[in-house]
Design a protein around this ligand. Structure first.
Ligand code: BGC
Length: 258
């Protein structure tokens, strides 16, 4: 089965058609800058542009960088606050005319990594963390996702963790790899104290340069591995969500064109 995966981020909105049976992209991904302010209508317009760019008709999975329950976006730490309470499933279905499913971006990336990447066959508690504009988290136990965990927002030294240890915090503070890795290590120590994961998969844009920082994360017991799908995990997981194989919605329903 093929589906279009779209990954909405704080700086860019990326998409590609995906073979959900293999996790392979069927065409090179396309990226459009996130509109500013990142309000629902202009973002839906970019989603529409991506479906048009691939001449797509069919299922569309869309990630969102916030809590999503039953297609409704509940938080928006790094996008416009007008997303809070928006029926994103209905909005994107209307904009594209396609059947859509919306889920948290880190949950999508985690599901893709567990199925095709660094988490394949991993038992016990696995935590995927994505380092980008914010810090996203996806928690798995026995291979099953607990959706909408928000471990990027635990408090460290009186601040939201993602304000200290996201990729954006590295850029804003012009932090060296060593300095930033020290902050990530401290963050992971808090996470380990709460969850004792067996494996932590670290992803996001910075996973491309994993050799510069992952070897410096020495403060915890859990095994740490970089994401295998690099920055495409969100797109792949979004496409996978359209098959209904990920238990996300209380109703089992997804947005439909109408
Ligand atoms: C949001 C999460 C999201 C993460 C990564 C955080 O600010 O609250 O829902 O997964 O950023 O985009």
């Amino acid at each position: 089965m093929h589906a279009l995966g779209i990954d909405i981020g704080g700086s860019g909105i990326k998409g590609a058609p995906v073979d959900v049976g293999t996790g392979q992209l069927l065409a090179p991904r396309q990226k459009i800058a996130t509109p500013r302010p990142a309000k629902p209508e202009p973002v839906a317009d970019v989603v529409k542009q991506l479906t048009t760019a691939f001449s797509w008709t069919g299922p569309v999975g869309i990630t969102f960088p916030g809590v999503v329950t039953d297609g409704v976006t509940r938080t928006a730490a790094n996008l416009d606050p007008s997303w809070i309470g928006t029926d994103a499933g209905a909005l994107f279905a209307k904009a594209t005319g396609d059947k859509v499913r919306v889920l948290n971006d880190a949950d999508a990336a985690g599901v893709a990594e567990m199925t095709f990447g660094a988490g394949v066959g991993q038992k016990g508690t696995v935590l995927m963390l994505t380092f980008g504009t914010g810090i996203g988290s996806a928690l798995f136990t026995g291979g099953l996702l607990v959706p909408n965990t928000e471990f990027g927002h635990i408090e460290i030294r009186g601040h939201d963790a993602e304000k200290r240890a996201s990729e954006r915090a590295k850029e804003l503070g012009d932090l060296s790899w060593g300095k930033w890795a020290g902050r990530v290590d401290e963050y992971l120590q808090h996470i380990e104290a709460l969850l004792s994961p067996n494996l932590i998969i670290v992803g996001g844009g910075v996973s491309k340069e994993a050799d510069k920082w992952v070897p410096r994360l020495t403060g915890i017991r859990a095994r740490i591995v970089p994401a295998a799908l690099l920055n495409n995990a969100g797109i792949v997981g979004a496409a996978m969500a359209t098959t209904g194989g990920i238990a996300l919605d209380t109703s089992g329903a997804s947005g439909t064109a109408g």
